[in-house]
Design a protein around this ligand. Sequence first.
Ligand code: BJW
Ligand code: ZN
Length: 293
Amino acid sequence: NKTPPPDDVAAFSDVLSHSKHILVLSGAGLSAASGIPTFRDAGGLWRKYDVRTLATPQAWGENQSRVWQFYHYRREIALKVQPNAAHVAIAKLSIPTFREKVAPNADFTHVTQNIDGLFTRAYSDVLASLPESEQGTTAVAPLESFFFEMHGRLFDVECTAHDCKHREMIMTSPICPGLAGTELLVEEGTERVVRRADLPRCSQCGQLARPGVVWFGEKPHRVQDIMDLAKQADLCIIVGTSSIVQPASRIGGIVKEHGGKVAVFNVDRSNHDDEADFLFLGPCEVLLPQVLH
Ligand code: BJW
Ligand code: ZN
């Protein structure tokens, strides 16, 4: 499964080389090889809880201590792991110096459902590896202009006070003393209750802060911009997502409706992949570097 049929690679490279608007959509499978668990593959549990039930406003309403411990645990993992070859392959495609070799006429956007910040780190690493003379010229497009983190960011916190809503990035480990060490409690029944006063607070108004991520029932970031990009894209590369969660799961279909091609990279069959023009089944950290460069 690990080496795709050469005909498919050749046909894909041809489409890539003629493309004008490339849209990459990524999900948890992109970061799997870095050691970040996915949501819906085997497991999907933290302590005894289904991670899907924790990523909800209901869970937050019921138990802020538990939800903060879940996100604290994931922050600590994300701080320890490294971007993998799939992040690097996409980062290269986002940088004109590299992209001009495989898709000379294309612009590029990356929409991710991931909150782990690993793509940003891979992008910085790839940029830093360029000769100094090129760093200035390729870095002209700010990352936010072509990289959309639609489900928020693990290192962002957002104030829960409606008249404040202050949002900021906090990378410190632990995020606050009250959560320190709770990432080590993995056994069922060892739950610690962190008092509300000891959970992360807003630096502006002192009220309770929440993780800066998008839970079920909440509106993802920049949805309208993303849907507009999908209408324009002539090539959509879908990487490591089960394509179950809306509205991200609709992006491939929108690209197709507007005449674009869709390529899916996934270790397994995924939702809607029967509609893909190219299906590269295998680990994206192996296949993307082979197929994109
Ligand atoms: C590899 C690999 C390797 C492994 N190489 N591949 C009924 C009730 C209530 C709500 C709804 C409902 N029906 C529909 C909804 C809407 C809901 C929804 O879609 N629910 C479905 C589950 C049915 N969606 C929402 O609520 C969204 N909001 C919304 O729709 O607002 C309305 C609106 C829209 C537009 C405009 C205005 C208003 C919000 C969704 C928020 C999702 N949040 C989470 C948590 C984020 C924070 C956190 O991380 O904790 O986002 S849930 C979780 O799922 C996370 C992920 O980003 C998201 C997608 O998961 P992903 O990335 O696909 O991961 P997996 O695990 O599912 O798949 C991994 C894949 O990788 C697998 O296919 C593997 O095979 C593969 N893989 N290793 C390649 N090495
Ligand atoms: Zn505040």
